[in-house]
Design a protein around this ligand. Structure first.
Ligand code: KG4
Ligand code: ZN
Length: 334
């Protein structure tokens, strides 16, 4: 039943639909970004996101079918992001998927958004063998996850406040860089000295949890103080120092979890996995311990429906089916 999956993802500000064959072969992966719409507000406006999803979902699905050289009658199953995310945004995808599943009598599965991010790795590297450790860092989440097998995951640690990507976005906004902030900070940081500003790192001893709000406050305070005193801030150096603090903690915690659980293969996932500096530092640190890092290609790191199709494929294989009571859930637990 997972032969030709049509997947839909509408959890945040991208309307995406994909056609994936046998769980791994991407025939199309259409992403209609709303970034330009939300940019003027400096962040995602939920009501606008829902409306935009409504406006574009049909066209996005049609394009996914067309680019995937696929007719409706070729589709054998559907997968949709069930949560977490913006509830109004999720509902658009879920309602659409349920409508199609009912009308065409196709099996449907709901997928957890974070699981989707993790499965971007399986899309690219189907041979990955368990157990695996995955660092998921996105705009809404920062988790260290232990994967025993498909469908068996355990959260080892989570952020206690801001997610890593959220911290990037907030600092970028304070620096007047724009939205989304991650790629802009990364770019600016390349020209700055990462040791120029001394910023805090929340190690939270004996825990795999993360905390980035203290770091965020330090940067914001520094900017405010400079403004009051009329002093210049070296933005590139501040961006680099901020990124250094985030990456130091992510790398150290991931490595120590991999070591103490004796896991030799580590995955990186989520929007922040697109960060080249994080990829490079984590890969090096793991290499030193004879461990290997896998990272999805850039375009599969941020929100897209192909990763949802891949995760959905394994759910279908386990015999899972969603009923007509499937609903979008803002806080869906993993
Ligand atoms: O996974 P994603 O597309 O959406 C969520 O599920 O949250 O992640 C988006 C997040 C944003 O916070 C964005 O700033 C961050 O990923 N991001 C980056 C980079 N590219 C995207 N953060 C740091 N460096 C990047 N190159
Ligand atoms: Zn995401």
């Amino acid at each position: 039943e997972g032969k030709v999956i049509l997947a839909i993802e509408t959890s945040c500000d991208e309307t995406s639909a994909a056609i994936v064959e046998e769980g791994h072969k991407i025939r199309s992966n259409i992403i209609a970004s709303q970034v330009a719409t939300h940019q003027v507000f400096g962040g995602v406006v939920p009501e606008i996101a829902s409306r935009k999803h409504m406006e574009s979902i049909t066209a996005v699905v049609d394009r996914a079918l067309e680019e995937g050289q696929c007719r409706w009658s070729d589709v054998t199953a559907l997968a949709v992001t069930q949560g977490p995310g913006l509830v109004g945004a999720l509902l658009v995808g879920v309602a659409y998927a349920k409508g199609v599943a009912m009308a065409r009598e196709l099996p449907l599965v709901g997928v957890h958004h974070i699981e989707g991010h993790i499965y971007a790795n399986f899309l690219q590297y189907p041979q990955l063998s368990f157990p695996l450790l995955c660092l998921v860092v996105s705009g809404g989440h920062s988790h260290l996850i232990y994967l025993q097998d498909h469908g068996t995951m355990k959260i080892l640690g989570s952020t206690r406040d801001d997610a890593a990507g959220e911290a990037y976005d907030k600092i970028a906004r304070a620096l007047g860089l724009g939205y989304p902030g991650g790629p802009l900070i990364e770019k600016l940081a390349r020209q700055g000295d990462p040791t120029a500003y001394e910023l805090p790192r929340a190690w939270l001893k004996d825990s795999y949890d993360f905390s980035f709000s203290g770091l965020k406050s330090s940067v914001l305070n520094l900017l405010n103080r400079a403004k009051l005193k009329g002093e210049e801030v070296d933005k590139a150096a501040l961006a680099a120092s901020f990124q250094e603090a985030v990456v130091d903690v992510l790398v150290e915690k991931t490595c120590s979890a991999a070591e103490s659980l004796q896991i030799s293969t580590v995955l990186l996932a989520g929007g922040v996995a697109a960060n080249g500096y994080l990829r490079q530092r984590l890969e090096k640190a793991l290499q030193k311990k004879d461990k290997k890092l896998f990272v999805p290609p850039l375009e599969l790191c941020t929100d897209n429906a192909a990763m949802i199709a891949c995760a959905g494929y394994y759910r279908l294989q386990r015999g899972e089916r969603a009923g007509s009571d499937l609903n979008g859930q803002a806080n869906l637990p993993l």
